[in-house]
Write a protein that binds this ligand. Sequence first.
Ligand SMILES: [Zn+2]
Length: 112
Amino acid sequence: MSIYTCPHCGEKTFTPMRKAMAGNMRSKGKTCPKCGNLCVNGKGATIFDALYCLVAFIFVVYIYLNAEYNDWLHFYEIPMVLGLVLSMFLVPRIVHAFFFKLEQSIRIDAYK
Ligand SMILES: [Zn+2]
């Protein structure tokens, strides 16, 4: 089974771009163009997002705490922190586009 297969109707309706926008299990997801049901990136993707954000956050704290004592780090502190924060939004989307399986959205508000 392809990672671009819709978990509702079993058709390969997702593209990497559409899958990237589907978010993880905490988001509402993206509708399948064929059956109209919502799909999200599954457990693997959700765990990856949490771990990635944690690691990026640790780096931000590390840079913040050490920038005072390190000239090089001090000079690049702001661009590096901005880059890390931006990567928290970008990296999961890029990874979702190419890895992890789609699952049905579990959010109650996704079903009217
Ligand atoms: Zn479908």
